[in-house]
Every structure is written in structure tokens, then in C-alpha cells.
Write a protein of this length. Sequence first.
Length: 115
Amino acid sequence: MRFDSKTFDETDRLPEMKNLYIKDNGPIHTSQSITSLNELRGYRAISLPPYSPELNPIENFWSVIKNSMERSVFRETEDLKTRISEVSESISRKTLNIAQHSVNNFQKYLNKEPL
């Protein structure tokens, strides 16, 4: 539960994300512990439609990270953390713009506008 609370604390720092819980149908997003935490914090849960990468910038981000690390072998957890940090720092402006496009589409989705 600590990881989830810390993650939610961080997203609450962003005005556009405060008190929102955006989820897909992944098991982690529908677990009882996450559902309880959302209720405890009074979050508004928003479910993404299936197969909607245009609404989910974190999927685009992790895709870049995974592709950059796919043949790496790690012996220690710290090695993995360091490599994720290095790859994150090297992400191009173009990739970040794609993430911003996802954020813009998400606002349209919330307003029930066509994407």
C-alpha cells in the first residue's frame, strides 16, 4: 500500500491529476487494495477504454523504456533503477510531445468530444 500512496501523492501534485485515478482493466488497477485506497482518498476513478494508447501517455513512455532495455541483464535492483533513470533522461522531445498529445486527447475524452 505504501507504493500506491506515494504514487498518488506524487500525481496529486499535478493540478490536472489531483483526486483522479485513471485506470485500464489491468489486475493491479482493479485490486481490492487499490479500490479501497481510492475510496479512502475520495478519488474520482476514470476507466480507459480497451486498447487506447492515445489516452494513456504512460504506456507510450514505458514502451520507449522497455524497447531501450529489452536485451539488458541486471544483477541488482539498483542496476535496473539506474538504467531506467538513464533511459528516462534520454527520451527525445518528440516522444515527450507524443505524451502531451495523449494528455490533450484525454481532456477531449473527459469532455466526451470526438478524438
